[in-house]
Design a protein around this ligand. Structure first.
Ligand code: ZN
Ligand code: ZN
Length: 300
């Protein structure tokens, strides 16, 4: 590699933007032969460096947000009372009842991990009909972690296309013929973020139900790949922007603990440590399902 300043062979890289995801082959890794060259090049590199740092932060934050959201869904599992899981081609059917009115936390159930043989299947179940939940629970976290980086935030509702997986819940009594005939698409919702660098991204924490795992994708690509058509002006109950939620929403209570901890931590790396701690606790919790959610959430 050659130095961005003097074009001599160089091995050092800019610590600011190192590790930023490469998109469309843009070359984020700048090399320098020494600190003097880096200093001399700074005026030129500064704006690119900030753009790449913002991008890196966005990717880290959405990765953590997705993990936390999945964990949150698991420990507050209540929407579906699953009796059986059926697979048919690209379809995953949870057979059981959809719980219409869930109160916290009396109706929480143990997530039936044993019914899913793959992580994809498990995450598909955890994100089923959860796109608005994702924003109810993760809005404050994402807003706090991306403070200052986002110029515009929009909630986009749309009909999906190119689904790799079809996840649904049907009562045990629904005959297979009726399931086969039910081809209705589901309305999905994602966050469209315009960063201060003007880069635009789709943040989709509940995409596993459709067979996708990336929490963040460039908006242009996401739109081409996933959006059949947008429902204009249909915000429904979702928060309109990154910011405070309606505190009357019962779901806020459920996520408050996470937000509090994570927002206090400020730095992404500390949030990462916290996430690892949660992951370890989750393993313990899975090993011993008698551990209550309240207790789990109160552990450090
Ligand atoms: Zn140099
Ligand atoms: Zn840099």
């Amino acid at each position: 590699m050659e130095c961005a300043n003097c074009q001599q062979p160089a091995t050092l890289t800019c610590g600011g933007c190192r590790g930023s995801p490469v998109l469309d082959g843009d070359a984020p890794i700048v090399h320098y032969c020494n600190a003097t060259c880096q200093k001399a090049d700074w005026a030129k590199h500064k704006s690119q460096c900030r753009r790449l740092q913002d991008r890196l932060t966005l990717y880290r934050v959405t990765d953590i947000a997705q993990k936390l959201f999945l964990l949150h869904r698991e420990v507050t599992w209540s929407q579906f009372d699953v009796q059986r899981v059926e697979k048919s081609g690209d379809s995953l059917y949870l057979r059981g009842e959809i719980q219409e009115h869930v109160t916290w936390p009396e109706d929480y159930k143990v997530f039936p991990s044993h019914m899913f043989s793959t992580l994809e299947g498990r995450n598909a179940a955890l994100t089923l009909m959860a796109c608005i939940d994702a924003w109810q629970f993760m809005n404050e976290f994402v807003a706090g972690m991306l403070k200052g980086l986002v110029n515009k935030c929009e909630h986009i509702q749309f009909k999906t296309k190119n689904d790799r997986k079809r996840t649904r819940c049907y009562p045990l009594s629904t005959p297979q013929e009726d399931i086969d005939m039910d081809t209705d698409g589901i309305r999905h919702e994602v966050l469209k973020l315009t960063l201060r660098s003007r880069e635009q991204f789709a943040v989709d924490l509940a995409s596993a139900q459709y067979g996708y795992s990336e929490p963040v994708i460039r908006w242009k690509e996401y739109k081409e790949l996933r959006v059949l058509f947008e429902y204009l002006g249909s915000g429904l109950s979702a928060p309109k922007a990154l910011g405070r939620l309606d505190v009357d929403d019962y779901s806020v209570e459920r996520m408050l603990f996470f937000w509090d901890k994570l927002q206090k931590s400020k730095k992404t790396s500390q949030a990462m440590d916290y996430l690892e701690a949660i992951n370890l606790l989750m393993l313990e919790w899975q090993a011993d399902e008698k551990l209550s959610i309240r207790k789990l959430l109160k552990l450090p």
